[in-house]
Design a protein around this ligand. Structure first.
Ligand SMILES: [Zn+2]
Length: 381
């Protein structure tokens, strides 16, 4: 699980995996809590202190204000640097912020998305011409490059609030292409049994749900075939507890239902499999939710929590992102989801001034951005 959360998993240069804490402090109380949390031998973070603050802050306007501060801090207080961070970190940042993510370079501050699309250099960002389009090299385990097939286009297709267009120009070794060329190559390369989680994110965002094509080994595929393959694949053993697999299924099913809305329960085939898997995992997430509102650090496998604030941030943020994508407005307003949002923003506050693993950070922030868009209205972030 090369891209799973787990900040303590591998001894790598901290700048390559971590997202640096900023100098903007969110408040003296937060500083005190972080100081306690960071001090060796002091045990777990001062949950009771934060818990009291959070319990009194159930008012939705207050929650929305806290979410906005956390989002702003993640975007501007943790400036990614092209000379320090790798593509894995930067693309996760783009997932959260789209074309709003700043990037420091030797020539000053720029926009991370524009930097990559214009062919700017970044460790781990390796694209080359392929037989059917453009290949994005997989560097499994590098912690700087693409960790899974089509992870780059999956996240570009889903980034920010609306994703980017399939026709977005991209420079590859100085030659003009579009993101469509990466998807065309992905469609040619797909095989039965593949990990198609991120491929599905791009397919469902960029092509009509009833699309079909022929892969380079001569097999005919539909998006429903990919959905069926992903729905039949293991959840618990998948990257990040299966959250990305579930998110891909949610996006594919949503696109299908938007194009061909039928009565509830009328889905068939791969779409029905996806719906069943999603519903089962929503219920498991709810049942495994901890008393403090966080989700299980064992994801959908079994309930559990940890004194490690980073483990709770990783699991809660990943599951929250899936849930926000999956739940309709009524279910998003249920108290257990509000408790999860409150705990997630508390976890971000607790870690505001320390380095955190970028996958955990940006999936959490992406989930909160999607949440605030639907729950908090049009107030500025
Ligand atoms: Zn992840």
């Amino acid at each position: 699980m090369t891209s799973s959360y787990g900040p303590l998993a591998a001894p790598v240069h901290p700048g390559l995996r971590r997202c640096h804490g900023g100098t903007t402090l969110l408040g003296l109380a937060v500083v005190a809590v972080v100081a306690l949390a960071a001090a060796p031998g002091c045990g777990p973070p001062a949950e009771s202190v934060v818990g009291v603050a959070a319990a009194g802050a159930t008012d939705s306007a207050d929650l929305c204000a806290r979410i906005d501060r956390a989002i702003g801090h993640a975007r501007d207080g943790r400036l990614l640097d092209q000379r320090v961070n790798g593509a894995w970190q930067v693309v996760h940042g783009i997932l959260a912020f789209g074309d709003e993510l700043p990037l420091a370079t030797a020539d000053g501050k720029t926009t991370a998305l524009a930097w990559l699309l214009d062919g700017g250099a970044l460790r781990g960002w390796r694209l080359r011409p392929g037989s059917q389009g453009v290949v994005a090299t997989i560097e499994e385990g590098s912690t700087t490059g693409q960790g899974h097939p089509d992870q780059w286009i999956g996240y570009l297709a889903q980034c920010g609030l609306d994703g980017v267009s399939i026709d977005t120009p991209i420079s590859v070794n100085g030659n003009p292409h579009t993101l469509r060329d990466l998807l065309t190559q992905a469609q040619a390369d797909i095989r039965p049994g593949a990990e198609a989680t991120w491929t599905l994110m791009a397919l469902s965002a960029w092509l009509p749900p009833e699309s079909s094509w022929t892969s380079s080994d001569g097999q005919t595929w539909t998006i429903e075939d990919v959905v069926a393959m992903e729905a039949a694949a293991d959840i618990n053993g998948a990257a990040c507890g299966g959250c990305h697999r579930l998110y891909g299924l949610v996006q594919a099913l949503a696109a299908h239902q938007a194009a061909a809305a039928g009565p509830a329960g009328s889905e068939r085939g791969g779409w029905a499999d996806a719906e069943a898997t999603i519903e089962a995992c929503i219920e498991i997430a709810r049942r495994h939710q901890q008393p403090d509102g966080s989700f299980s650090i064992h994801f959908f496998e079994r309930p559990g929590t940890s004194a490690d604030v980073f483990a709770r941030l990783g699991a809660t943020g990943h599951i929250f992102e899936f849930l926000v994508a999956a739940l309709d407005d009524d279910r998003l307003a249920e108290p257990w989801v509000t408790r999860a949002a409150t705990r997630l923003v508390t976890l971000l506050e607790q870690t505001a001034d320390v380095d955190v693993e970028c996958g955990a950070l940006y999936h959490a922030v992406h989930g909160l951005r999607l949440y605030r868009e639907r729950v908090c209205g049009a107030a500025a972030e």
